[in-house]
Write a protein that binds this ligand. Structure first.
Ligand code: SAH
Length: 239
């Protein structure tokens, strides 16, 4: 597979694209050591371009468009993961693996038992970088959206207004599994995954009250990051 890079916006003049993104230039020169006429791909929200390198300097590269493909639609189903922030780098791990699986939107949350309760500027930058790199790496065509950090109640209210199926993964729900409850006839899915300490009983009640379906991911207690990836796999790979 040719190296792929994401650019949110491309400027095309006479079948050429000028790239001035520092990270991409560094990758092209220092990591991949591309030479004139070597091929690579730039993908943007509207299209994907196969390019041949024409000129490269420290700050800019010029590449000629060999082929343009309009952006294909992402897989039919759209999954939004509402995920409590987690300790260590577990939230980042979810962003990376979840992007590979095809999650379209991540909503970070603060719940009653959430330990890490803010996202620093640096962390936020890192999160966006992880999403972009994971999309480049897995051949995805759209970098997932990362929403602002929300308290649990507001996340529930926001999801409740969206179309599609609303699910909350709860280890206390012993009699109905995600697989059984998954509605194959909708396009949008929203799933809530709790922090290390789980959701509080009040949170589960609130979700039920707003017509969320509590679901089990089996009779073992999974770590939050395992639960997120298991749930995303069931939803996105099963249909
Ligand atoms: N309350 C628990 C662990 C929470 S696990 C305790 O401390 O014992 C973290 C999150 O992963 C939960 O909030 C839930 O969303 C999800 N999760 C883990 N195992 C699960 C299971 N078997 N079924 C459904 N959700 C699960």
């Amino acid at each position: 597979m040719l190296p792929r890079f994401y650019l949110p916006q491309v400027n095309i003049t006479n079948d050429q694209i000028i790239i001035s993104d520092k990270e991409i230039i560094d990758q092209l020169t220092k990591v991949l050591r591309l030479k004139t006429n070597d091929l690579f791909i730039i993908f943007a929200p509207q299209a994907e371009y196969q390019l041949a390198l024409k000129e490269i300097g420290d700050k800019t590269a010029i590449a000629t468009i060999i082929e343009t493909q309009p952006a294909m639609r992402e897989p039919g189903q759209k999954l939004t993961l509402y995920q409590s922030l987690l300790k260590k780098d577990n939230f980042e791990w979810i962003l990376q693996k979840g992007t590979e699986l095809g999650i379209s939107c991540f909503v970070p949350m603060i719940t009653n038992h959430t330990i890490v309760r803010e996202i620093s500027e640096n962390k936020l930058k890192r999160y966006h970088k992880i999403l972009t790199e994971a999309t480049e790496q897995c051949g995805g065509r759209q970098v997932p959206e990362l929403k602002n950090l929300l308290p649990f109640n507001q996340a529930i209210a926001a999801a409740a207004q969206q179309p599609g199926q609303k699910l909350i993964a709860w280890e206390g729900q012993t009699d109905s599994t995600l697989e059984e409850k998954l509605d194959p006839n909708v396009q949008y899915y929203h799933i809530f995954i709790g922090p290390e300490g789980g959701f509080s009983p009040q949170e589960v009640e609130l979700a039920k009250h707003d017509n969320f379906t509590p679901v089990s991911l089996g009779n073992r207690i999974l770590r939050a990051e395992t639960a997120a990836i298991a749930a995303a796999s069931l939803i996105l790979l099963s249909q």
